[in-house]
Write a protein that binds this ligand. Structure first.
Ligand SMILES: Nc1nc2c(ncn2[C@@H]2O[C@H](COP(=O)(O)OP(=O)(O)OP(=O)(O)O)[C@@H](O)[C@H]2O)c(=O)[nH]1
Ligand SMILES: [Mg+2]
Length: 236
């Protein structure tokens, strides 16, 4: 199977080598690291890893405006431009998303257009999160489901596997959000196009190394975006 795993990075120098080892342990998998000029040198570490694993890692060095959504748009476009890639996965670099789950995501993509690695499918499977973070995330998901009518239990998870065709249908250049909301917007657009959305359970482990990029701006955006999507859906 031809699988490309797209990983956005910003200051993940300690995490990336471990992630690469875990992902490349799966035969047939390749990676695209999308680094946003990380001041900690993650981009150079990614280049060294690419040399170590010829033909299996590609590194995109972004310049200009930084952002998770922007990085995903550039990375996913680049992934779609490659012939022969059947499945395109996306995951965080901070080891919260264990590469051992990749085969269960890709297996479920046989019968779904997009598969989410979900924290909320079997109760709440999150390790090392303070209570307020659990409450915030479960509330956010409830809110998103209520406003947008999306059905998955985890709409903000960044651990996903897309069938190439389903991803190619998304209007990536028309996306308006950049933080977690970008992930919600992707799902919403996929749902509007009739995509079969599946979920498989994962255990999410909070990062041990490096810093969170969760900001107030990102939170505000994720409160507003579901309403924008609802309006957009109503106009169709
Ligand atoms: N290219 C790029 N990657 C980013 C940016 N912001 C975050 N990332 C990456 O996106 C992934 C998720 O970001 P995190 O900082 O872990 O966000 P989070 O998971 O909500 O926060 P934590 O609780 O710290 O894990 C990680 O791989 C980050 O390195 C950015 O602006 N550009
Ligand atoms: Mg994280």
């Amino acid at each position: 199977m031809n699988v490309l795993v797209v990983v956005p990075t910003y200051n993940e120098r300690d995490n990336l080598p471990l992630l690469v080892r875990g992902v490349l342990a799966h035969p047939g998998y390749r990676m695209l690291v999308v680094d946003d000029g990380s001041p900690d040198g993650t981009g150079q570490i990614a280049d060294a890893l690419a040399l170590e694993h010829p033909g299996r890692i590609e590194v995109m060095h972004r310049t200009g405006l930084r952002g998770l959504g922007r990085s995903y748009i550039d990375g996913l476009r680049h992934a779609l431009a490659q012939d022969g890639v059947e499945l395109i996965c996306q995951m965080d670099a901070d080891l919260s998303h264990d590469p051992q789950y990749l085969p269960s995501l890709t297996a479920a993509a046989a019968t779904h257009d997009v598969v989410i690695g979900s924290r909320y499918l079997q109760g709440i499977s999150v390790v090392n999160w303070p209570l307020h973070r659990i409450i915030l995330s479960t509330f956010a998901n409830q809110y998103i489901r209520t406003v947008t009518r999306l059905s998955p239990s985890d709409c903000t998870s960044g651990f996903r596997c897309w069938r190439r065709d389903a991803l190619a249908q998304l209007p990536l250049s028309a996306m308006v959000s950049d933080g977690y909301a970008f992930l919600v917007e992707m799902l919403f657009e996929a749902g509007q196009r009739g995509a079969r959305i599946g979920e498989v359970p994962i255990i999410f482990v909070e990062r041990r190394q490096g810093q969170s990029k969760l900001s107030t701006g990102v939170l505000v955006e994720s409160l507003i975006t579901p309403w924008k999507l609802k309006l957009r859906g109503a106009r169709r």
